[in-house]
Write a protein that binds this ligand. Structure first.
Ligand code: ZN
Length: 344
């Protein structure tokens, strides 16, 4: 069966000599994993769904909040009011845009226990993350599995992007060897803010790099780290050089992937909140927890999570045992509330 591309929804893309019918068919056979569905990830997902990428794996641990609506283009007021998980809300929106492709919404925290499963089978991974620890983890998994990925980050009025082809380009560790050690960045979009337009620019750059990879034109991707500051009218690029001694892409020592999972905490960018992630072996009896908490507190709930207010903090519990503690950025205060009301 041949597709009549001239009259199809992809006509304007197929007529591009850089894509053509062969490129469009390759897109349809591709899987793009988008990790993080904030400003970068939601804008990338929008472009890639419209472009006709065969499968979009949409990964995010969080739910939609009112403060997201300023820049996260897949979400609407009703999603925030209902506190829908971002992966689900993104899929609902994108299905109305393009119902002909496959969606895999995944509401999970990205950690050493699941990253290789999340990357498996992907043609490309697009970074929509908000912290460098998880990016370093993504870098290790993608180098190990040979999956190209497109780094992107934005803060304030500036953003950066770079494309990493395993075995060819510099990896994230070649560029920024220290980032895997950092748990919380010193600056966050909570303290500095972020302009919606800069996220759209970086996501557009990332998406075009991802499309090049998916249509089989890895030779066309950028070898530079791209930097843009829309307020200072600065657009520059820095050539990236592979480090022949890089512990990740040369020596293949994957220190973060090998680390045992534990009760991990992370401050959430822009939320004055801490997330607590139990190890994969942790099994929660969610129904029992719901009943127990329901005797103590007034619960707000939907099919994905419950929310309650305790000790001047809002706590949100997901089915996998993850908890978000709002109103603090102090991991130990959050762990104490976790221990008090969830256990573990
Ligand atoms: Zn490297």
């Amino acid at each position: 069966m041949t597709t009549n591309f001239a009259s199809s929804r992809y006509a304007r893309q197929v007529v591009l000599k850089e894509i053509g019918e062969a490129g469009q068919e390759r897109l349809a056979r591709s899987t793009a994993v988008i990790v993080g569905l904030g400003a970068l990830g939601s804008n990338s997902a929008n472009l890639l769904a419209r472009a006709g990428v065969g499968t979009l794996r949409l990964v995010d641990r969080d739910f939609v909040d009112w403060t997201n609506l300023q820049r996260q283009s897949l979400f609407e007021e009703e999603d925030a009011a209902r506190r829908l998980p971002k992966a689900e809300a993104a899929m609902r929106c994108l299905k109305r845009v393009n119902s002909e492709i496959r969606y895999e919404p995944i509401t999970e925290d990205v950690n050493p226990g699941n990253i290789e499963r999340l990357v498996a089978g992907a043609t490309v991974l697009v970074d929509g993350l908000d912290n460098f620890y998880t990016r370093a983890l993504v870098n290790e998994a993608c180098i190990k599995l040979g999956t190209p990925w497109v780094y992107g980050a934005c803060l304030g009025t500036f953003g950066n992007a770079a494309t990493i082809i395993p075995g060819v380009s510099a990896c994230l560790h070649c560029m920024l060897p220290e980032v895997g050690q950092a748990v919380t960045p010193p600056l966050t979009c909570e303290t500095v803010g972020v302009l919606g337009a800069v996220a759209v620019l970086i996501a557009a750059w990332q998406s075009s790099e991802a499309v090049k990879i998916m249509v089989g034109r890895k030779d066309a991707v950028s070898n530079d780290l791209v930097h843009v500051d829309v307020w200072r009218n600065d657009f520059s690029s820095l050539p990236m050089k592979r480090n022949a001694d890089c512990s990740i892409c040369s020596q293949r020592k994957f220190g973060l992937l090998g680390k045992a999972s534990r009760l991990a905490t992370a401050s959430l960018c822009g939320r004055n909140a801490v997330q607590i992630v139990p190890p994969p072996s942790f099994k929660i009896d969610f129904e029992l927890l719901r009943q127990t908490l329901g005797r103590l507190f007034t619960l707000e709930e939907n099919p994905y999570l419950i929310k309650f207010h305790a000790d001047d903090h809002d706590l949100v519990v997901f089915h996998d045992g993850r908890v978000m503690v709002f109103g603090t950025s102090d991991p130990s205060a959050a762990l104490s509330l976790y221990g008090k009301y969830i256990g573990g």
